[in-house]
Design a protein around this ligand. Structure first.
Ligand code: ME8
Length: 706
């Protein structure tokens, strides 16, 4: 280490185009647990998180919400911060890329790269994925992004380019000399293979929109959002500032020890970021650690799929430790893992309420009842007499082993394994109490039995103390409560390296004993599911007191891409019947001959029609039916087979990845022997081919239209 005794850890800075969900919470909780533990180890720790606020994606989301990008970013960034505060995330700084300190730093980095000859002016013509803010080597308008499968957009622009091609050899050399730079190994191998395959220069500015940091001296250009975003890790420490305090901070903490990220942004962090730093002559981070994805309903939890779960639902019901414990225990770090409300409640009841909670309340209540709330004296003689000595010796050595194993696993980021071992130890302490049955000794009232009782309760309390302090970085709230109930004060100040068996002082006065994890009953699952459903419903504006899923920045009336709908009014014509083929299509142009006044329907009638945003995953021609296509459409909650008469208008290959509107609650029907489960909405022109309804802005799969 260049700066021994310091530790600098970062989360990605999260995009503000959508509210936080438990995927974001996962990375942040992992970093928080690591940071808390480092502080307990006596290490000077700096933990950074923040929000990524520039770029075309945010500009479009703001436009869709009817407000300025800054207003939009203020709102969503505030929500991230509020959530982290509720989750008791101990970040030391929260950087926003719209802050002057960051913008100044990014411009300084850009200038430095320019001065060192790594940036030149050229022009870019090719595909761009707005959702990933990624230049894509793909051909043709609408070609799918290799990362997310969404259609790419064609960009023809004058750009500044970064000489990424010149970085191939320096990067490969760096990876070879720093085996721990990219972890886990699978990601490292992928990155090396990618770089070996050759690197093309990277466009690092855009001119077709303005929501970004201007290129110094050429403000028609804004700096590419990933160059802007990655620099946060240094600008937050003061890169680009002349203030000596900032310079000192930068010198103290940079390079970062850990950049924690999800696996989908490995290329940006492991190729672009080190390339920028090498070119700028700046030190590289020590490690980039990529974890797996949190899945929900079998696919990656993400806003664009619409399959998200919000942390607030769990905070409002089971509390932050329940969520933290679940994420760290249930997901094997580095791999993908699934979230479900059932599994959450099962873990909560099994491990927290019945496990740690029960051990804590039974041990501390007995000390309160039988010893007036003072930690009793452990008598070796008494346990010899009672024949418990073997149990106690065994428990002590199990405790020592638990400390060692926990430390080893935690340090290897094996949080799940560390907790699993620790909970084995909880089970061993429970077993010890069950075998020595202190409650019957309490009834005997002889001096011997009292000494034996004291010994058992001391032993159980000491084991509880060790479990509590080890689990603290992962479940800080409950453990801090248990610590106070143990009469030990502030847990975060505990000196972790000194932890050994036998430190609990005899005569310590316990605090008020209260349950830390009240059991959750079955109805909790339903309650959380209902809360999620309410949260994901379209949001009334803040003026209307709404509290829903989409960022409620301003009242917006997003107009469904339909036929002549007025703002906020549903496009009622968009669900007309079928065409000659009998295939479920499509909209009419409004010339259906119905009288406008007599055939108006009530809103309730319209609300019976459930329209959702779907994404076409598979599309193919139906044999023997030249008008029909068979498609598989992801509508968020499931993938549906839909057969539609659009084959004359659309090549199946071009439809993959396209977002469409699906009428989701139609009864299934059979077409050419294939079940069609839903209807695709399109305009049906009197003398032309059908035209699929779509969206100009990015919309999440599964979103409801109304
Ligand atoms: O990529 N499972 O921001 P972002 C696990 N702004 N982790 C998840 C997750 C899931 N389902 N969903 C999100 C960006 N995450 C850029 C980063 S950094 C210089 C710029 C977590 O809002 C995970 O850490 O899309 C992932 O990498 C990150 O959120 C992506 O957040």
């Amino acid at each position: 280490m260049d700066n021994p005794g310091k530790f600098y850890i970062t989360t990605p800075i999260y995009y503000v185009n959508a509210r936080p969900h438990i995927g974001h919470t996962y990375t942040t909780v992992v970093c928080d647990a690591i940071a808390r533990r480092q502080r307990m180890m006596g290490v000077d720790t700096f933990f950074l998180t923040g929000t990524d606020e520039h770029g075309q994606k945010i500009e479009r989301s703001a436009a869709a919400a009817g407000c300025s990008p800054k207003e939009f970013a203020d709102k969503v960034s505030g929500e991230f911060r509020t959530l982290w505060d509720r989750m008791k995330i101990t970040y030391d700084d929260f950087i926003r890329t719209t802050e002057p300190r960051h913008m100044r730093g990014v411009q300084a980095l850009f200038t430095r790269l320019q001065e060192r000859g790594y940036i030149y002016k050229g022009s870019y013509s090719g595909q761009y994925c707005v959702s990933d803010e990624l230049y894509v080597d793909a051909v043709g308008p609408g070609a799918p992004c290799p990362e997310c499968g969404r259609p790419t957009e064609t960009v023809h622009e004058e750009n500044y380019f970064f000489k990424l091609s010149a970085m191939q050899e320096p990067l490969l050399k760096y990876y070879a000399e720093h085996a721990d730079f990219i972890r886990p190994e699978t990601r490292r191998n992928e990155v090396i293979a990618f770089v070996r395959g050759g690197l093309r220069d990277l466009s690092v500015s855009r001119t077709s929109f303005t929501w970004g940091i201007p290129v110094p001296g050429d403000p028609r250009h804004v700096i590419y959002v990933w160059l802007d975003a990655l620099a946060n890790y240094m600008t937050a420490l003061g890169y680009g500032s002349d203030d000596p305090r900032d310079q000192e901070k930068l010198a103290r903490y940079w390079p970062a020890d850990v950049h924690m990220i999800g696996k989908e942004i490995v290329r940006f962090h492991c190729v672009y970021w080190p390339a920028f730093l090498i070119a700028a002559g700046l030190p590289l981070p020590r490690s980039i650690i990529a974890h797996g994805w949190l899945l929900f309903e079998e696919s990656k939890m993400s806003k664009s799929r619409g399959n998200i779960v919000r942390s607030e639902t769990i905070l409002d019901t089971l509390g932050q430790d329940a969520l933290r414990y679940f994420l760290l225990r249930e997901i094997v770090f580095g791999q993908d893992g699934s979230f479900s409300f059932d599994a959450l409640v099962q873990r909560f009841n099994g491990d927290l309420a019945n496990g740690l909670g029960n051990l804590s309340s039974r041990t501390l209540s007995m000390i309160t009842r039988y010893f007036d709330g003072e930690v009793p004296y452990p008598s070796k003689a008494a346990s010899l007499n009672a024949g418990f000595i073997d149990h106690e010796t065994a428990l002590k050595s199990q405790a020592e082993k638990a400390i060692q194993q926990f430390n080893e696993k935690f340090d290897k980021f094996d949080f799940s394994g560390a907790l699993k071992d620790l909970w084995f130890f909880i089970a061993a302490v429970d077993g010890y109490i069950a075998e020595t049955h202190p409650w019957s000794l309490a009834e005997e009232k002889s001096p011997d039995s009292r000494a034996q009782l004291g010994t058992i309760l001391y032993t159980a309390a000491e084991a509880l103390r060790i479990i509590t302090v080890l689990a603290y970085p992962m479940i800080p709230d409950a453990t801090a409560k248990i610590w106070r109930q143990l009469g030990l004060g502030e847990i975060e100040r505990f000196d972790l390296p000194s932890l050994t068996w036998g430190q609990l002082q005899i005569g310590t006065e316990l605090g008020k004993v209260e349950p830390v994890f009240p059991r959750a009953d079955k109805s909790m699952i339903e309650r959380m599911q209902q809360m999620e459903q309410q949260r994901s419903e379209p949001t009334p504006s803040p003026e209307e007191g709404g509290k829903g899923g989409a960022p409620d920045v301003k009242k917006t009336e997003s107009q469904p891409a339909g036929t002549g709908a007025e703002a906020g009014q549903p496009a009622t014509e968009a669900v007309a019947g079928s065409q000659g083929s009998g295939a479920p299509v499509i909209a009419s142009t409004g010339t259906s001959g119905t009288s406008p006044s007599t055939d108006k329907i009530a809103i309730d009638d319209f609300l019976k029609v459930e329209m959702r945003v779907g994404e076409i995953k598979v599309a193919e021609k139906v044999k023997g039916a030249d008008k029909l296509l068979r498609m598989e459409v992801d509508i968020g909650s499931e993938v549906r087979q839909v057969v539609a008469g659009i084959a004359k208008a659309y090549d199946p290959e071009k439809l993959i990845g396209r977002k469409v509107v699906i009428v989701a609650n139609l009864q299934p029907r059979k077409l050419r022997g294939l079940e069609s489960n839903g209807m695709i909405v399109a305009a049906s022109l009197d003398d032309g081919l059908p035209v699929l309804a779509g969206f100009l802005e990015d919309v999440p799969v599964g979103a409801k239209l109304k």
